[in-house]
Design a protein around this ligand. Structure first.
Ligand SMILES: Nc1ncnc2c1ncn2[C@@H]1O[C@H](COP(=O)(O)OP(=O)(O)OP(=O)(O)O)[C@@H](O)[C@H]1O
Ligand SMILES: [Zn+2]
Length: 474
């Protein structure tokens, strides 16, 4: 498997630091507004990367932070007259709801800045002890020129950076390129005690602190949107490697932007569409499908037609799945296979290979889509041509779609539904058998079925119209 590493600007063989385990950290949102499609693209992309790694047999430990205190939150709270803590809490909950709706698997750990202030202070203290940090009038700063490798991720040139930046009036830093590790509180701002007086952490330090706390001083994947490469990730690297003296992250992965008419979808430009709005019109799977039609590093243009197109394509696939379901009802036991079965089988076999090759090539979901449609088309053709379809070859197609479902997080309704339907059919069957037993006055066995079902959370009630059943808590 090969992944594109922003650090080396090329695809590299993927080899995690520990066998069989992938530890990954994805920068989470600053929670002061609704989640828009741009954010969702990034989180869906990392969700699929994580799902694929799990599918390949890795144990994945995933951490995603919440920036629940920050300039943007304070600014918004001041505008709306809300308490910044309450504001952050509200949007944090809404974000989790949105991710759940989009079937993004939850991170294993969601550390929040406000619950890790002490850890952050310790980290800054270490940087101070090692001579990388200094206290200025309004906060503690990281002295960029002390860290030799600055710029290695973004390839930014420190001299250029210096020329372009300046120390704003009121800022207590020595050099224009230095960045804040700790900000001293201004009147009315949320604050915590520290060796440098009351204040709050700078933005970058939280990710260095919380990622190393939970994933160790070295781990495999660190990700986020393209806009985080500089300065956020560059600064994270400087802080962490200055502190530990070790190479920190193996692979840096960055997602391309969702674009609207040539511009990045963003809150500040006001050109965004929220997940909530989209979910009123489209199913979560349509949104996922839309996002996955492009490779995660490419820009993704958002248009109404684009989503509509994704919707139609997904529907086509669902139709095929429905065709398989119907065909399975009349499918035959395969006493023999003919040319048609072998043709379909070979398409599925090749498609599976292509799917894995595409995903192994830097998680190329856009390429991986092609074999999905190849199988769908082949199944439809097979069902049109063959009068008595063979169960085994249809099951092969279903297995393929099930695999896609696991990795892409689509078709979940179909596979979940069919499992439940099966279960319901089995319950109906037992109810029928029990009624028959009662008619034959075999009450002992009938009661056994009833009490066993009850233990499993299915309650039977005998009514004049017959026996009905319902699910109960056990
Ligand atoms: N248009 C976009 N396309 C893809 N990813 C995006 C887009 N906008 C933001 N992201 C990513 O979403 C994640 C969360 O972003 P964050 O909460 O910092 O957003 P933000 O910068 O406040 O949002 P905005 O850019 O809308 O002001 C980051 O990884 C960021 O790179
Ligand atoms: Zn971060």
């Amino acid at each position: 498997m090969r992944v594109y590493n922003t650090m080396s600007k090329q695809k590299e063989e993927f080899k995690p630091l520990r066998d069989g385990e992938v530890r990954m950290y994805v920068c989470g949102p600053t929670v002061y507004d609704y989640t828009h499609l741009g954010h969702a693209r990034t989180y869906i992309a990392f969700d699929v990367i994580r799902r694929y790694l799990e599918h390949k047999g890795y144990t994945v430990l995933m951490v995603m932070n919440f920036t629940d205190i920050d300039d943007k939150i304070i600014k918004r709270a001041n505008e709306t007259g809300e308490d910044p803590k309450k504001l952050a809490e509200k949007f944090l909950r809404l974000f989790l709801e949105d991710m759940k709706a989009l079937k993004v698997k939850p991170a294993d750990i969601y550390p929040r800045v406000t619950e890790h202030i002490q850890d952050i202070i310790e980290f800054v203290k270490k940087l101070e002890e090692k001579g990388y940090a200094y206290e200025g009038s309004d906060g503690v700063y990281f002295e960029v020129r002390k860290y030799q490798d600055y710029g290695k991720l973004s390839k930014i040139n420190l001299e250029e950076l210096r020329k372009g930046a300046r120390v704003e009036p009121g800022e207590g830093k020595k050099n224009p390129e230095d960045f804040a590790l700790w900000k001293k509180a201004k009147p009315g701002e949320p604050k915590w005690p520290s060796p440098w007086g009351e204040g709050r952490p700078g933005w970058h330090i939280e990710c260095s602190t919380m990622s190393t706390k939970y994933l160790g001083e070295q781990f495999d994947i660190h990700g986020g949107g393209n806009d985080l490469i500089f300065p956020h990730h560059e600064n994270e690297i400087a802080q962490t490697e200055a502190c530990t003296g070790k190479e920190w992250v193996r692979y840096w992965l960055h997602t391309g932007f969702v674009m609207v008419r040539g511009e990045k979808m963003s809150k500040s430009l006001g050109n965004f569409v929220t997940i909530r709005e989209l979910l009123q019109k489209y199913s979560p799977e349509v949104i996922r499908f839309f996002v996955l039609q492009k490779h995660y590093r490419s820009p993704l243009d958002y248009t109404e037609e684009g989503i509509q197109h994704a919707k139609n394509n997904l529907e086509r696939l669902y139709n095929t799945l429905e065709n398989i379901r119907i065909a399975l009802e009349k499918a035959e036991t395969p006493f023999k296979w003919d040319k048609e079965e072998f043709e379909l089988y070979e398409t599925i076999r090749d498609a599976r290979k292509k799917f894995y090759e595409a995903m192994d090539d830097d998680f190329n979901t856009a390429e991986a889509m092609k074999p999905i449609f190849e199988v769908a088309n082949a199944v439809n053709r097979y069902l049109e041509r063959v009068e008595k379809p063979k169960e085994s070859v249809l099951r092969k197609a279903l297995e393929f779609f099930k695999m896609v479902s696991e990795v892409f997080g689509i078709f979940e309704d179909y596979f979940k539904e069919s499992k439940e339907t099966k279960e319901e059919e089995l319950i109906e069957l037992l109810v029928e058998v029990r009624s028959e037993l009662r008619k034959q006055r075999n009450f002992e066995l009938a009661d056994r079925i009833r009490s066993k079902l009850r233990e499993l959370g299915i309650q039977l009630e005998d009514t004049p119209q017959g026996t009905i059943w319902k699910r109960i808590e056990v």
